[in-house]
Design a protein around this ligand. Structure first.
Ligand code: ADP
Ligand code: MG
Length: 246
C-alpha cells in the first residue's frame, strides 16, 4: 500500500545557500514522527515545503499518491494542516470564530454547522468553556490548543507541527503535549518538529534526526535516544540535556 505522506528528495535553496539537500521521508496512516536537529538545519523549511508554503526547488510531495502541485495546493493544504510555533490566531476573533472562519470560507459550511464543528474540536482539546474568549484572554498553552483545534476542524489527513511548544513557558508545554499525545493515540498522522523528548518517547513511531539539510538518521525513539548512530546526533542529545552518560 502507498504511504500516506511521501516526501522524496526535496531540495531547497535560498539564494546561493542550499538549505535542504535532498530530504526524503514518509509516514503511514496513523504514524507520528518527530523531527529533531539543531537550529538552522532546515526543519521549518522542510515542513513549509511539505505543504508548499515554500515550494521546493525539486523533489516530490505526495499525499495518498497524489502529488502536491501549484494547481492543487489549496485543496491539498486542507488535507495537510499546519500548526505554527506562534499559534497564528486572529486576535480580533474569539476562539470559536478562529475555527469557524476557515470552515465557512473554505468548506462553505453553514454558520450553525461551523459552530457545532468548532465547539466539538474545542471540546477535544479541553477548551469547551473558552469558546467565547479572545486570544488575549487565553494563556499561550490555551492559544496553541485553539490552533490545534482549528487544524483538526479541517479534518486533515496529516498534521504538521513546527515547534508547537517552543514559544510557551515550561509550565504550559504539558497541556499542549498531552493534547498531541492523545491525537497520536487516536491514530492521527503527525509530523512534528519538536525537542520534547518525553513526547517523542511516548508518542513517536520514529525520530528523524536532521543535520545540515540532510536526514542523518531515523530510528524508533528508544533506539535513537539510547544509541544514536552519528556523532552529530550524540552531540545534539547532549546539548539538549539527553546525553547518555554511558
Ligand atoms: N525565507 C528565507 N530566506 C532566506 N533564508 C532562509 C529563509 N528561511 C530559512 N532560511 C535559512 O535556512 C536555514 C534553515 O532554516 P530553518 O528551516 O528555519 O531551520 P530550523 O527550522 O531547522 O531552525 C537557515 O540558515 C535560515 O536562515
Ligand atoms: Mg524552525
Amino acid at each position: 500500500m502507498a504511504k500516506l505522506l511521501e516526501v522524496e528528495d526535496i531540495r531547497k535553496s535560498f539564494g546561493s545557500t542550499e538549505v535542504l539537500k535532498g530530504v526524503s521521508l514518509s509516514l503511514d496512516r496513523g504514524e507520528t514522527k518527530v523531527i529533531m536537529g539543531s537550529s538552522g538545519t532546515g526543519k521549518s523549511t522542510l515542513l513549509r515545503c511539505v505543504n508548499r508554503l515554500d515550494p521546493a526547488d525539486s523533489g516530490h510531495v505526495r499525499l495518498d499518491g497524489e502529488e502536491v502541485t501549484d494547481a492543487n495546493v489549496n485543496r491539498m493544504r486542507q488535507r495537510i494542516a499546519f500548526v505554527f510555533q506562534d499559534f497564528n490566531l486572529f486576535l480580533h476573533l474569539s476562539a470559536r470564530d478562529n475555527i469557524t472562519i476557515g470552515l465557512r470560507k473554505l468548506r462553505k459550511m453553514s454558520k450553525a454547522d461551523a459552530r457545532q464543528r468548532a465547539d466539538r474540536e474545542l471540546d477535544r482539546v479541553g477548551l469547551s468553556d473558552r469558546a467565547d474568549n479572545y486570544p488575549s484572554q487565553l494563556s499561550g498553552g490555551q492559544q496553541q490548543r485553539v490552533s490545534i483545534a482549528r487544524a483538526l476542524a479541517m479534518d486533515p489527513d496529516v498534521l504538521l507541527f513546527d515547534e508547537p511548544t517552543s514559544a510557551l513557558d515550561p509550565e504550559l508545554t504539558g497541556e499542549v503535549v498531552s493534547v498531541m499525545q492523545s491525537l497520536a493515540r487516536d491514530g492521527m498522522t503527525m509530523l512534528v518538529v519538536s525537542h520534547e523528548v518525553g513526547f517523542a518517547r511516548r508518542a513517536a513511531d520514529a525520530v528523524i534526526f536532521m543535520d545540515g539539510g540532510h536526514v542523518l538518521e531515523e530510528a524508533p525513539p528508544k533506539e535513537f535516544f539510547s544509541a544514536p548512530k552519528h556523532d552529530r546526533a550524540r552531540q545534539f542529545l547532549t546539548a539538549i540535556g539527553e546525553g547518555e552518560a554511558a
